[in-house]
Design a protein around this ligand. Sequence first.
Ligand code: NAD
Length: 291
Amino acid sequence: MSGIKSVGIVGAGQMGAGIAQVSAQAGYDVLLYDVSPESIEKGIAGIKKGLAKLVAKQALTQAEADAALARVQPGTLPEVARQDIAIEAATENETIKKQIFRDLADHVGTDTILASNTSSISITRLASVTGRPHKFIGLHFMNPVPIMRLVEIIRGIATDVPTYEASLAFAQSLGKTTANSEDFPAFIVNRILIPMINEAVYTLYEGVGTVEAIDTALKLGANHPMGPLELGDFIGLDTLLSIMNVLHDGLADSKYRPCPLLVKYVEAGWLGRKSGRGFYDYGGETPVPTR
Ligand code: NAD
């Protein structure tokens, strides 16, 4: 038994909204907070759309979808901090995340578990600013959360056994399979996946292939469901660059240097699907390669 009944989420972007949806579907009451009220509105609209898709596929009844949607409510940061588990899913930036955890720690209940959905940042370092690192854990959901079956679980150096066991039971109660990772930069999935996408950007940068050629090659040649550049756009190029920087800084190995073309795209605000343009342009009916 996880003992967790209520869930608070900080960050209502693609990941926060997804975690809110699967938690509500599993019967948890969810409070959603974001620094941008627009993101909360967009997040809840996205959950409504996601649930409607499941009703159309007959995976949920309309009554179940309505009940799940009603369980997700906007909340303030102090309210989020008082839930049984507060999961941070804000922008992949260590300064931002540390400030969020300092603020959450000021308001937590005695038993609240603090969790981060970070893709790459040290759980031990994030936990260190809370004054209660034993009640802190990494719960790394995959994108899109309602579809992807894995949650990586990362214990910081101080995470205690009850926090780990409650978090494991919580992830399993959402229907997810878990994999434990030690607390090293980018954990397991992104340690392997993100350098591959960065290498695909190098392949484009060096003119080895066009966007279309690179994605077609990996889809048909390696049987990947999405091409690496398409996947980069889906993840978000800002998130991708942040993860490469964490790998580069944390492992001090030049093989993790971010591709200059990736840096340039992020500087241009071309962040992939979420901004309408990345390695593809998403303005029309079908995505069009930009190189
Ligand atoms: P996103 O850009 O869609 O959403 C981030 C949200 O955080 C935005 O709504 C933003 O307003 C909010 N935010 C920023 N600063 C905040 C603050 N101080 N307080 C509250 N909210 C704040 O990003 P995302 O893709 O949902 O990623 C969120 C987290 O999940 C990141 O840590 C990312 O690394 C991780 N993650 C992403 C993926 C992916 O494929 N995109 C997969 C797994 C994990």
